[in-house]
Design a protein around this ligand. Structure first.
Ligand code: 5GP
Ligand code: ZN
Length: 114
């Protein structure tokens, strides 16, 4: 997708600190971390937001969640706990229009979020 910064990260046109990669997903450290551990997990294919998830493209969503424990283990937060956040649209403050899962951990997180 032209102009999408996360597609450029997938294509390695923009560098990132990758923590996990396979054929269909990529996980990398957030450039502006909101917790000691803040990683973004994305499908390599461009899906704009949760609103564009369909039965046809949902396999990669399942794969993201199936891989999440391995990523959390690698980051050292599997047992201490972590939060997975997806912002969708304006009211949630979605800034990058390429579906991404924030994985936050390494400290006690407050609830509810703002
Ligand atoms: P959103 O607000 O869309 O849910 O989250 C977008 C996230 O992407 C933010 O946490 C922001 O810090 C992160 N981000 C934006 N641009 C870049 C970038 O070029 N590299 C990395 N690693 N993270 C980015
Ligand atoms: Zn994209």
């Amino acid at each position: 997708m032209d102009g999408c910064i996360f597609c450029k990260i997938v294509d390695k046109q923009i560098p990132s600190r990758i923590v996990y990669e396979d054929d269909s997903i990529l996980a990398f450290h957030d450039i502006d971390p909101k917790a000691p551990v803040h990683v973004l997990v994305i499908p390599k294919q461009h899906i704009t937001s949760i609103n564009e998830v369909t039965q046809e493209n949902s396999q990669v969503i399942a794969h993201i969640f199936a891989t999440m424990p391995k990523i959390a283990q690698q980051l050292g937060i599997k047992d201490s706990g972590y939060r997975v956040v997806v912002n969708c649209g304006k009211d949630a403050g979605q800034a990058v229009n390429h579906l991404h899962y924030h994985v936050l951990g390494g400290r006690s997180l407050t609830w509810p979020p703002g």
